[in-house]
Design a protein around this ligand. Structure first.
Ligand code: ATP
Length: 356
């Protein structure tokens, strides 16, 4: 449904998008993530026919993105979407449906369906008086009045409260179920992980990783090992890039290799202690992002992070992801420590007094 090849956009000497290639299949939800200035919006605007590429091409629904006819197949949600404040949601959406020449009865049905699915109340209130979340929902409904095949959404859930964010993400899944092709950009990795079939990570105009979230994690991330000891391992022994934290009455040292696990064992022994548990931890998309981009996802501690079951902080996320994986690998590690099985609650316990 979307084919992008050799895409480049420069502003003077500055390259906002460099040699971008990707394709999006019909009915797929495709995510573009990256830090500020990565080139996400520029890419989306090229797809939407609002910015002309300097080189390369983007084909959308069989058209070159610069062809006017392409827009009949496209719904675009810009990052900022000012609405006509004096209009009600219904009047506003009818107005756009009229612009597309959609017959009124068809438009009303489409608008009603979209607003029902988006759970939008106060449809007859002036848009200037409704909440930010409701405005965003109206803007999303606007992208659907022409019943497009392809939806291009720039940060659809950015800055929304958790309930509204969940509603927007659930709606995106419904669009996929209805056979729509959706490309959206996000700062928040949870949005991407929970909805997207495939993802690209952009940095400084270039695609630095691509694939499903699992593929990206496998290709670019590294498994780490968490070694629990009953003493703080002797810092005199080389533990590579290990970090040690106090967890309840134990110490958890995170290391990158099995060799390093052995050194933690030696380090614990040198301090008169022993290893009581070892668990593996798969990398999160957040870890991969940090490695590839060199900085954490912006706003990861913000309100967006507290969506639904999403952990409130990155550290909580780490523990939750870690424990999910850890529990599967426990049996493996447990054979060595059968006499002292790990308890999730102990391992995931209080961080008070944590030291590095
Ligand atoms: N019209 C323009 N003229 C000059 N530079 C531009 C223009 N539009 C975008 N840029 C630059 O191109 C780079 C990519 O911008 P873009 O908006 O695509 O990034 P982004 O990944 O969407 O960032 P954000 O997450 O902050 O929205 C930025 O450095 C931006 O300043």
């Amino acid at each position: 449904m979307i084919e992008v090849s050799g895409l480049r956009k420069t502003y003077g000497e500055f390259a906002a998008v460099v040699d971008s290639d990707f394709s999006v299949a019909e009915g797929e939800v495709f995510g573009i993530v990256g830090p500020n200035g990565a080139g996400k919006t520029t890419t989306l605007k090229i797809l939407a026919g609002l910015v002309e590429p300097t080189a390369g091409e983007a084909r959308v629904a069989g058209y070159d993105s610069t062809e006017a006819a392409m827009r009949h197949h496209l719904g675009f949600l810009p990052e900022e979407s000012p609405l006509y404040e004096e209009m009600t949601a219904t009047a506003y959406l009818r107005f756009f449906a009229d612009l597309y020449g959609v017959p009124r009865p068809v438009a009303d049905e489409r608008i009603g369906t979209a607003l029902d699915r988006l759970e939008l109340d106060h449809r007859d209130r002036r848009l200037g008086d409704v909440s930010k979340g409701m405005k965003r929902k109206v803007a999303i409904a606007r992208s659907l009045v022409n019943d497009p095949d392809v939806l291009i959404y720039d940060e659809p859930a950015s800055g929304l409260d958790p309930v509204t964010t969940n509603s927007v993400l659930a709606f995106t899944r419904e669009l996929r179920a209805a056979g729509k092709t959706v490309v959206f950009s996000a700062h928040n990795l949870y949005h991407v992980e929970s909805v997207c079939d495939r993802v690209i990570i952009m940095n400084e105009g270039r695609i630095v990783a691509r694939g499903t979230v699992d593929e990206i994690r496998e290709r670019h991330g590294e498994t780490t090992y968490r070694v629990y000891t009953d003493v703080n391992p002797d810092p005199g022994i080389d533990l590579e890039t290990a970090t040690t934290e106090a967890v309840g009455d134990r110490f958890r040292t995170t290391v990158p290799t099995m060799d390093a696990v052995d050194r933690v064992r030696e380090a614990a022994a040198a301090t008169g202690g022993t290893v009581v548990d070892i668990r593996t931890r798969e990398p999160s998309l957040e870890d991969v992002f940090l490695d590839l981009v060199g900085r954490p996802m912006p706003g990861r501690h913000g309100a967006e992070g507290a969506v639904g079951e999403t952990p409130a902080t990155a550290d909580d996320a780490e523990d939750e992801r870690g424990s999910a994986v850890e529990s599967t690998s426990e049996a493996e590690a447990g054979s060595e420590f059968e006499h002292e099985p790990a308890h999730e609650s102990e391992a995931g316990g209080s961080r008070s007094g944590a030291s590095k």
